[in-house]
Ligand binder design. Structure first.
Ligand code: COA
Length: 389
């Protein structure tokens, strides 16, 4: 391990009527710097994960990070966009910068402000993460329509899994109720998630509202360091491995019943870390829709293809199961402010590994993994993390 997270910050995710992109960035980044005990003057580079795609008028926003502290003036600050994986993309750029030897401390921030835009605008903006040329059937359904198509392909192959999706939703809402940073903190329970109702309508068949991540505002930040920052760090979480893999975008070139890009990135990350699934204490994975989490069980090798339901039905992935998946509540409950999500997942993992996860804490964590994706497993980022001190 050569690269580490030595400090982190996180706003609560949700509808922030009194905050804008700038204030969300400042809150998370300032907290991360303070947490790391790093002076702004020591930061060599800044990366900002941000998607936008028309949701917010402030498109050019990497320079807003300078509002955190005037000593950040004249440092290189760059926005990174890779759909729903923009946060991990920014983090990977920060790690690449460290690896180049040109930086010793890098500040990475992820941010999104989604709730100012109307529902139709948000739906259209999120479709910026799809293959607009031919993949869209019903644009009014937004990205839920894209994952509904994936769910239908999966159901056609393996039977109706609506109840399985409801179980995943119920698990993540249960976990999210223990996460003070989560957008949705209601423990809805299986019956609510499994029943179509006025409070849980079908959004894009077969997906109900509880199968979708919410539209959220929020920011998360980390301070990355090379080994020179370890001695003075209060505590640190290192990258045992981290992998990026890009999949074909057009659905026509894909088997819609599996997430091959996710499987590839995950396999490589595990190999590079020299670990297997049984070595992991938890995983934070990209459950933008419950069908995604189900298919990720299969992509990461928890079960063979078509048998992902066993992971949730047999309790393997609950907070006290053999591999807790999304102890933070995941995107489903924590929220999914697109550009912030990848950074947030790494912050949640860092909190687990350092024993700072409060009511979300899993027992005696040794190693954790993060899987963040943009599009339908098009931009795939996987990392294996370990406490370094
Ligand atoms: N899960 C559970 N409850 C949700 C929810 C969700 N995803 N989204 C909103 N709610 C709740 C709200 O908290 C609110 O509850 P309240 O009445 O008790 O206050 C209620 O549902 C209505 O909220 P509202 O914002 O009006 O819901 P909506 O029907 O307009 O939006 C979705 C719901 C699912 C359509 C919207 O959250 C969405 O589009 N999600 C997908 C976002 C997306 O595609 N992200 C990119 C993924 S790759």
């Amino acid at each position: 391990m050569d690269h580490y997270m030595i400090g982190w910050g996180h706003t609560r995710f949700g509808k922030h009527t009194d905050s804008d992109i700038e204030s969300l960035i400042v809150q998370a980044a300032r907290e991360a710097l303070e947490d790391a005990g790093v002076d702004a003057a020591e930061i060599d580079a800044i990366y900002l994960g941000h998607f936008n795609s028309g949701m917010s008028p402030q498109d050019f926003c990497a320079p807003l990070v300078l509002q955190v502290d005037e000593r950040l003036r004249f440092k290189p600050a760059t926005r990174v966009e890779n759909a729903c994986a923009s946060g991990s993309a920014a983090l990977h750029q920060g790690l690449n910068h460290l690896a180049s030897g040109a930086a010793r401390r890098v500040l990475v921030v992820g941010v999104e402000k989604m709730t100012d835009a109307g529902a139709a605008q948000v739906a259209d903006s999120l479709l910026g993460a799809s293959y607009r040329r031919s993949d869209l059937v019903e644009t009014s359904l937004g990205f839920a329509g894209v994952f509904a198509r994936i769910a239908r392909a999966y159901f056609d192959a393996y039977g109706d899994h609506s109840d399985v999706l409801a179980r995943i939703a119920a698990k993540n809402h249960h976990n999210g109720a223990r996460n003070p940073y989560a957008h949705l903190q209601n423990d809805f329970g299986f019956d609510f998630c499994n029943t179509e109702s006025a409070r849980n309508p079908v959004v894009a068949a077969p997906l109900r509202r509880t199968d979708c991540s919410p539209v959220s505002d929020g920011a998360a930040a980390v301070v990355l360091s090379d080994a020179s920052g370890l001695a003075s760090a209060r505590r640190a979480v290192g990258f045992r491995s981290r992998v990026q893999a890009t999949e074909f975008m057009p659905m026509a070139r894909r088997d819609l019943t599996e997430l091959e890009g996710a499987a590839h990135a995950w396999r490589q990350a595990m190999q590079q870390a020299g670990v297997g699934l049984d070595d992991l204490s938890f995983a934070e994975v990209h459950d933008c829709f419950t069908i995604a989490e189900l298919m990720i069980y299969e992509a990461i090798g928890l079960t063979p293809k078509g048998q992902g339901r066993r992971a949730i039905e047999e309790g393997w992935v609950t907070a006290d199961g053999r591999l807790p998946v999304n102890p933070s509540g995941g995107l489903k409950a924590k929220g999914h402010p697109v550009g912030a999500t990848g950074v947030s997942m790494h912050v949640m993992a860092a909190k687990q590994l350092t024993g700072e996860a409060g009511d979300m804490q899993v027992a005696s964590p040794q190693l954790g993994a993060v899987f963040n994706m943009g599009g339908v497993a098009v931009a795939n980022y996987a990392s294996v993390l370990e406490r370094a001190r």
